[in-house]
Ligand binder design. Sequence first.
Ligand code: AHR
Length: 660
Amino acid sequence: MMKKIASTALLTIMVFTWFGASAQQKADATKIKKISPDLFGIFFEDLSYAADGGLYAELIQNRSFEYNPADNRDWNSMTAWKYETDGFGYGTISVETAAPVHPNNPHYILLDIQDEGQKGVGLENSGFDGIPVKAGKNYNFSVFLNVLSDQSLPVKVALVDRKGKELGSSSFTTSGKGWKKYAEQIHVNFDNDSAKLVLLIKAKGKIGIDMVSLFPEETFKNHKNGLRADLAQVIADIRPKFMRFPGGCLTHGDGIANIYRWKNTIGPVEQRVEQRNIWNYHQTAGLGYFEYFQFCEDIGAKPVPVLAAGVSCQNSGGTWRIGSTGQKGIPMEEMKAYVQDVLDLVEYANGSVTSTWGAKRAAAGHPAPFNLEYVGIGNEDKITGVFEKRFRMIYDALHKAHPEIKIIGTVGPSPSGEDFEKGWKLADQLSVGIVDEHYYEKPQWFLKNTQRYDAYNRLRSKVYIGEYASWGNTLFNALAEAVYMTNLERNGDVVRMASYAPLIARIGHTSWNPNLIYFNGSKVFPTVNYYVQQQFAANSGNEYLPGVIKLKGEKAALDTTAGVSTVRDSATGDLILKIANAGNAAVSGEADLSKIGQLPQSATLIVITGNPEVKNSADNPQAIVPQSSVIKLQKKWAFTVPAYSLTVVRISSKGMEKHK
Ligand code: AHR
């Protein structure tokens, strides 16, 4: 969402005027610095219903009847389901595990219908807080059924509103015995935000039911087993250079058995290994490694899978609560197989279609490689002997087998401290290419630490700031992050990547705040922080031009509530100026474009500003959004940007001579 504003209105928030030439203020062409082309990306974790009930477009909750009390104390196979006998039918219902669709998917429902009554006997699913449907749209239903009686059974599947009014339906008859997948399309005639799916068997008989699924026909890029189109598009609109997945703490898990194993998440969905989500819900793995890679490709983001370093989360057994059992290491006798899993991931992503794992990628419909370049090992782990031993094993094997892969190590959960120091020491010993720093801090921390990376030794590992956020979603929070990000651009030679965290959260199911994007079943609410991230990612460059923008006066130059940067994208030749002001007063300065060459007539100006206390919310989703306009360009400008603002000027290379 970007509002266009008239240039007269713009004058009220920003004034550009001509300044006289000043030799000292010109950009020094000799100091142009190559910076990372992958600086700003996104962090995706299946946290706060980000995958199931979120980006993954499946509308049925607990489709495979695998929910259980280990996921969440109040859950079981019938969570989100209701036994449906409204037409006065009767029989028995049970949860069975004998002869399931697949051993990885052990639970299913068995109905023994003794009298089908007026409407049939079956099941009703309430989705994730209701099933949102739209008039005129089609929905793809599928189910695995196992008819155990001798005759074929008539089945009706319908979407109904809360009062039982039918919104759309389809009917079919089973054929034969044994587990079989049936697929139907339901055309919906009415809008509804909280529909239910009803599956009714309209005859006496015995039948097993599993993998009850409903997807909108239109998913992001219309992939089968696809992603929710509106949410995926808002993510794509950030134009991230990379995407980290599947977490976060989710990667190293709550105990060894809960470590995220990528091989469990590929292949037919009914055969994937579901498991407890560390954030106290359930992972179907329907959004698995294939879908992650595919999404990265769809949005032009480099995939950055992060794998556990052979240890579980140090908070295992009590995540985010006092009294955890702590980090556990995969037994050494199992580490060889674990290391092989890591190597196999590279083959799955990049290997030829004749390789074992490349063939599985091709079988899933993607013979071309996914061009995996980065692999993360570990997630803010406690740097113990147990960790170090396993990390070294994985690192050595991966580095030896795939020197082309850029390995990202880990340096603890904080910007300093014991794990940070020990993690860096280990990275130095192994010459790890990149290390993953994490920090969640107050906005003031970001404003006080703008010089952090100026002091970094360029000969040590590069940095991936894999998780960071100031504690909040107000404009002030977003601007503190923006000021910090101008400094990341200046240090883009040592900071290779950065991703705000977490990315998305379903309203009513948030395990962590703040997030970049909130959503419910049918709407998506980008925060102000989102718009800041979007401006930086969509307007990034691979060359940093120092000295183009100068803030006025000594005091302003030292004032860390403001930050400036100028980058150029050598692919397009476009030049981008950024002025972030988290202070309570307007900031003036000068942008010297006299060395840029022949300037185009105009440039795009984008401003994010407003009341620093304001957030975007479900009630006021567009309280603060970027304002876009076109400005006339001049070689030397004096500018005044408003208090609490981010200003981005994008100068297209069209009509511009090369900046020498
Ligand atoms: O982003 C939320 C959590 O914060 C991540 O799972 C974890 O890595 C960090 O502590």
